[in-house]
Design a protein around this ligand. Sequence first.
Ligand SMILES: Nc1nc2c(c(=O)[nH]1)N[C@H]1C(S)=C(S)[C@@H](COP(=O)(O)O)O[C@H]1N2
Ligand SMILES: [Mo]
Length: 435
Amino acid sequence: MAARSFASEKEHGERRRLWQFARARGVTRRRFLQLLTAGGTAAVLASCTGLQLPTVAAPAADETAADAPLHYKDAALFLDHGDGNLEARLENMQGVITPVQSFFVRNNSASLDMDPANWRLSVGGDAVANPLELSYEDILNLPSRTFISYLECAGNHRAMFDLVKGQAASGTPWKTGAVSNGAWTGAALRDVLVRAGITEGAVSVLLIGLDAGSPEKGFRRVMPVGKAMDPDTLLAYALNGETLPRDHGFPVRALAPGWVGAASIKWLGRIVVSSEPLWTRNNTTSYTLIGDAYPPEGEALGRPVTTQTIKSALALPWPAALAVGAQHIHGYAQSPHGPIAKVEWSVDSGATWHRATLVEPVVEPAIGRLLDAGNGGEFRYSWTRFDFGWDAQPGEYTVMTRATDAAGSTQPDEIPFNEKGYLFNQPVPHPIRVA
Ligand SMILES: Nc1nc2c(c(=O)[nH]1)N[C@H]1C(S)=C(S)[C@@H](COP(=O)(O)O)O[C@H]1N2
Ligand SMILES: [Mo]
């Protein structure tokens, strides 16, 4: 009885806070009640921030249900690897921005359906002076930024270890679609860490998700304080101008541009700032390069994956079938080290290379309006679309592409094997039949 009245009092308090939040943003009482009835707290918050709600209607929130869907997206649009892992089909992409419905999903357990009114982000650890608990509104109230960034799984191209090198690596056999490119809106993680009084002695920042995870509760990843304090490391709450979809971590996820996708923790719930280097599964046994070429670091079995590597891929089905004659082919290239400066292509297994055309990033006006004007950094972490024409004659081909970035890194001819198949970035031999 006592517990019950406490709960309703708490609910009442939250409702009042929500109303104050909405009123401060010009929402009328009448509109507030309409939104609340139609779509609950999420609808009110979405309306206040001018963001659209995800188009899929939310079932009753229950994060712990055993039969929770692994994901909410239409798997038919993807190469479905099962267990909530949906590989993007690059061949369905034209522009530089990946539409939300086509954006790849990598889940280590199941997507959550969180109620933002009950969501909290806690920030603690021995290297903050002022541990905090923040609500969704608190995050939305922080200064926000929007920029374009690709997000890529460390295991993207993993299937190539088997297909190209004849040595299979363990893990989801992604081909080239465990990557997508979106416009992200969020607060800087840095602002939250500063507010929590991060100390000079801070070394490691551990981000923990609210999902089931495995084997620890909550999928988690450590990053060094330098990456966490980088103003481009976000607490993201929107993708392509829409409220962050449930499959991508609603209400708030981390976005660590250029880093292993596993550091971009979805359904973020807790941040631990430590004065000691932290080691958990995802920087010791997983998301770690394990093999002869990679001497162990710290408590890891090899070298933990931090930044991604430069890669390129064709936007064609695997394998592809093309008609004889003039073909216009495109693809995407990305690097964590700087903008793409050159993409080359070869139809003779790398004996001769030709220059592809780099297409200026062109974004739809609706996305363009969201981007931070004037800082020139909106495309810094974007992938680049490239195009080339090929006079295709009948036969079986493998078409390869090779990218070079402005910092001078190029896709290598050969990379050493690692057991879990991360960071494959040799040129991919794309099988194409012309008939
Ligand atoms: N909480 C949580 N965060 C997570 C994951 C997860 O399983 N749980 N998967 C990670 C991995 S391995 C990748 S590659 C990216 C994928 O992000 P996406 O599903 O939004 O494309 O999310 C990362 N963040
Ligand atoms: Mo990943």
